[in-house]
Design a protein around this ligand. Structure first.
Ligand SMILES: [Zn+2]
Ligand SMILES: [Zn+2]
Length: 339
């Protein structure tokens, strides 16, 4: 990409990030992300030609607003649209700062290989931009077909792409990972040999959320005892916005005790519609001696900034930072997930 195109793409993506972060409607974010994709795909010299001819708007995905942003950025200026967004950006939350500053990475995010909206590279670069030392790529597993879960073959292919990225981006680390479904019988929805190779295995319940308490407890504990599992994702499955979804029922003490015994971190899921576990369970898990992972479950780059919401809750529930595994360095974290 030539310099002008790179500037335009960076500005468009930055706008996309800021809009995602404040939960602007998807269509508005898409306008900027799509324009970035179009510009990134232009042959050398074409952007310059179109700027001279004033024919940017003929390109697919480029409209009046995005064309102005592209022209301003290409000229080396900060686009007015971006400038305005930056001024109004502000903090997402008032608390949680102390813990957030100790976090060195994020262990739960999705790319467009499953149900995320952005490429692996865009997600990873955004994580690095936020100051992280590492991020785990945790796309869905095969049975979650609605989210385009990755077959073993696709996951193997993804691992090769992550290896290439790691060579290019070192010392930043892209950790290999998965958000694997916990099957009804408590088994994990991916080949054990493949799970064994991954740096981070987040496991979550995504089906039969209304199962009876005993069944759900058995299902979760079976998974937690699986040596490949590292993090228990959004443990209650609740949704707290819109029509919402109630918490799944399980024996909290048995499940958290299993997490403690088998060395599985309880995820503090930062997504605003989840905020899972609820405070009373987060406090219970803390009292019981569990480890935690404060993650975003981001499906778009701007959502990687939502970690602060989880930090606020962890602080409110007095979770000690030394019990949050993503305050560890990448090497210490990997030593922990492998033990
Ligand atoms: Zn999930
Ligand atoms: Zn997820």
């Amino acid at each position: 990409m030539d310099v002008e195109a790179q500037r335009a793409v960076d500005a468009l993506n930055r706008i996309g990030f800021l809009l995602e972060r404040t939960r602007e409607p998807t269509y508005r974010v898409r306008a900027f992300r799509n324009a970035a994709t179009t510009i990134a795909g232009l042959p050398p010299g074409e952007l310059r030609r179109r700027l001279d001819e004033v024919s940017l708007e003929e390109l697919p995905g480029v409209g009046k607003v995005t064309a102005t942003v592209i022209a301003e950025a290409a000229a080396g200026a900060v686009p007015a649209y971006l400038e305005k967004l930056r001024e109004t950006a502000g903090e997402l939350a008032s608390g949680g700062r102390a813990l957030r500053e100790l976090l060195r990475g994020d262990l739960h995010m999705h790319s467009d290989w499953s149900d995320g909206g952005s490429s692996i590279e865009d997600m990873v670069l955004a994580a690095r931009e936020l100051g992280h030392d590492y991020v785990a790529l945790t796309d869905h597993s095969p049975r979650l077909t609605v989210a385009r879960g990755l077959s073993p073959e696709r996951l193997r292919e993804q691992l090769r792409i992550v290896a290439d990225l790691n060579e290019r981006l070192a010392p930043f680390r892209v950790l290999t990972g998965i958000e694997v479904d916990i099957n009804e019988d408590g088994s994990l929805d991916q080949e054990p040999e493949l799970l064994a190779q991954l740096d981070v295995v987040v496991a979550s319940v995504h089906s039969k959320l209304r199962a009876p308490r005993e069944d759900m407890t058995r299902r979760m504990v079976t998974a937690i005892a699986n040596p490949h599992m590292d993090v228990l994702g959004h443990c209650t499955g609740r949704i707290v916005v819109g029509r919402g979804r109630p918490e799944s029922e399980f024996d909290h003490e048995v499940v958290f005790e299993a997490c403690r015994q088998f060395g599985v971190a309880v995820e503090v899921n930062s997504r605003p519609e989840r905020l899972d576990p609820p405070r009373r369970l987060l406090s219970l898990a803390r009292e019981m001696g569990c480890m935690f992972s404060v993650d975003t479950d981001a499906h778009a780059p701007g959502q990687l900034d939502w970690q602060i919401y989880g930090c606020v809750r962890a602080e409110e529930c007095e979770v000690p930072p030394e019990r949050v595994i993503n305050t560890k360095s990448a090497d210490d974290l990997l030593a922990w997930t492998r033990s």
